[in-house]
Design a protein around this ligand. Sequence first.
Ligand code: 13P
Length: 253
Amino acid sequence: MRKRIVAGNWKMNTDVAAGIKLASDLMQFLRDQPAPENVGVAIAPPFTHLTEINKVIDPAKICLAAQNCASEANGAYTGEVSVGMLKATGVMAVIIGHSERRAYFKEDHATLAKKVDLAIKNEMRPIFCCGEVLEERNAGIQNQVVEKQLKESLFHLDNEDFSRVIIAYEPVWAIGTGVVASPDQAQEIHKYIRSLVAARYGAGIAGELTILYGGSCKSSNAAEIFSKPDVDGGLIGGAALDAAEFHRIVLSF
Ligand code: 13P
């Protein structure tokens, strides 16, 4: 049975002290009421928090993730943070291709493919984000948009490397808007994503692939979305900033 995951993307929120408190509170909730069997929990705090947060979490209960990484291994890239540096702080997974990175920082398919390669080379799991904007959804071309994102940045991987990837489908129109995709909308495109992976890598690898839904997911809607057969959990933004609320989402399976 494939792994289910609830991952919190804190984005550019909290200072170090507030981040340590949030992670510690979440740890306590998970000690009191552990995640269901086969459900992994991950958090992606800002870079500045990683070393300190790694000290207060139990890696058996919470996987430490990063929100981004450089597309180069090291060198004269002022302001960038490499996968190797992240690894040294205890990071096990990295979000790559979030729509905010694509939109505001102009990250293109080729750049994202380089980040994916570096993550895998450093034995880190990429949480690769894909998803369409509202105009694309209204034009009914969401499948083509997602297909291009996967083909251009992931499908160069060989079978072994691809089996390390986690995909997060995040429709841009649902991120931070309070407008959540309906469970049927999520299921439809998750199933399509899995079919693309099956065509490229075979049914075995597609069946093992964890595909997360992201976009205004909270405890009041998570259970219904997670109940869909091709939805294997969530990538949570705003609701991950409240430990009790995030913990309720973890318990939504
Ligand atoms: P929200 O849950 O705040 O809509 O954000 C989703 C997201 O972008 C997670 O990466």
